[in-house]
Design a protein. Structure first.
Length: 414
């Protein structure tokens, strides 16, 4: 943790979060991984009671008025409990609430944000559909305008927290004839008649988070439950990518950290050929690489969160957040891999939790935008930035700094 980047209020909050993490019973983690607990309501209720969720939101709506730097800290600390607990912690308080805080009405904030941050109710975000994951604009869920309400039909799947949610943030097509980015609307949909929640998935890891299929059959949604504007779902989605991906990155650091700590302690005690295996470079160098990757990940998370707090333009935010999500999730997976590797066979058993951590963090580079999508966004934004910077003549042109730089006959591009 980088103390020098945290305000005094954030440091105090960190102490509170760590105390909360210490209080979570071991049995909850075991029961979730065994699918005996399908959704950890008591965990979220207690987090809300301690006012730990949504720390960057205004105090009037239940937050603490802090910033993204503080949020990154919180997500890492909660992530140290286990990736899925950070997922359910973040989905409601950092994703759904973010959309309502930024785009919703005061009435929506009063009804849906304040009780969620208190831990009284729970929420889930509905993006993925059976026919589309990364293709968000291929959404086929329909909401038919009936004047003072809409009739919603469609399906969403892999919805983390769906099993326990009292309401859902749902994107649906409201103008079938418009281009996709002008055809979607974001709604708050209460769990009511016509909303079917099906807990279906046998997951490799991240169990116990209520991952569900949600089926909407002729669900009546009041017009006042539109978040933002009618056919303005893209604007909501655009800002939601920040908490989805930056929050995911931060929690992955927390989830990977215990694996490195366990492996470090193990290699200091385990002996082979007459000495602790930490004395062998084949082992210690893998620990060093894992520590380096986590430090680099943390640096990237805090730098990006500072950038978001500073209000940089959205195109630059998209690039930084996308780079951060890809780099951190893949780096943390490598750090966990190293941790298991140096422990040998025992690391592959449930004698230590490293095998569970290994399974859990595999989700990180898939959900909330795959690594490939992150590369696509990063490449697009980088080329745009490069062309704009060159056109503005902001920096020295390094291409000319070669002995034969002006040998025009040697430079062919077609």
């Amino acid at each position: 943790m980088y103390d020098f980047l945290l305000s005094d209020a954030a440091k105090q909050l960190r102490t509170e979060v760590r105390n909360f993490v210490k209080s979570v019973p071991r049995q909850l983690l075991l029961d979730m991984d065994a699918d005996k607990v399908q959704f950890p309501k008591e965990f979220l209720t207690e987090a809300g009671r301690r006012n730990l969720m949504g720390c960057r939101y205004p105090v009037e709506w239940g937050g603490r008025g802090l910033d993204w730097v503080s949020t990154v800290m919180v997500m890492e600390e909660v992530g140290s409990l286990g990736y899925i607990l950070a997922c359910v912690f973040g989905v409601g308080a950092e994703l759904v609430c973010d959309a309502i805080i930024l785009h919703g009405t005061d009435a929506q904030k009063e009804k849906y944000v304040k009780p969620l941050l208190r831990g009284d109710i729970f929420a889930a975000e509905c993006l993925t559909e059976p026919r589309g994951g990364s293709d968000f604009f291929g959404t086929t869920t329909l909401a038919e305008n009936r004047g003072d309400h809409f009739i919603l039909n469609g399906q969403k799947r892999f919805i983390v927290g769906g099993e326990g949610a009292d309401y859902f943030l749902v994107y649906a097509r409201t103008d079938p004839d418009a281009p996709s980015h002008k055809a979607l609307t974001c709604f708050v949909v209460d769990r009511s008649e016509g909303v079917q929640v099906e807990y279906l998935y046998g997951l490799m890891g991240c169990r116990g988070g209520g991952a569900a299929r949600i089926v909407f059959k002729n669900v009546k949604v009041p017009k006042e439950n539109i978040v933002g504007r009618l056919n303005g779902g893209y604007a909501v989605f655009n800002t939601m990518m920040i908490p989805e991906r930056l929050g995911t990155a931060a929690m992955t650091i927390g989830a990977a950290r215990p694996a490195l700590e366990i492996a470090t302690a193990y290699t200091m005690r385990r002996k082979a050929f007459g000495q602790e295996i930490s004395k062998y470079q084949g082992v210690s160098f893998q620990i060093a690489e894992a520590a380096m990757l986590l430090d680099a990940s943390r640096s990237m998370a805090y730098t990006t969160s500072r950038a978001v707090d500073s209000g940089i333009p959205m195109d630059e935010t998209r690039r930084l957040v996308s780079e951060t999500k890809k780099f951190i999730t893949e780096s943390c997976q490598k750090a966990v891999h190293n941790s298991m590797q140096v422990m040998g066979g025992i690391g592959y058993t449930n004698v230590f939790p490293v095998e569970r951590i290994f399974r859990d963090v595999r989700l990180a580079s898939i959900w909330t935008g795959t690594s490939e999508v992150m590369s696509l966004i990063s490449a697009s934004e980088w080329y745009k930035k490069y062309k704009a910077d060159r056109a503005a003549n902001l920096t020295r042109d390094p291409e000319n700094d070669a002995a034969e730089a002006f040998a025009a006959d040697e430079k062919f591009y077609e």
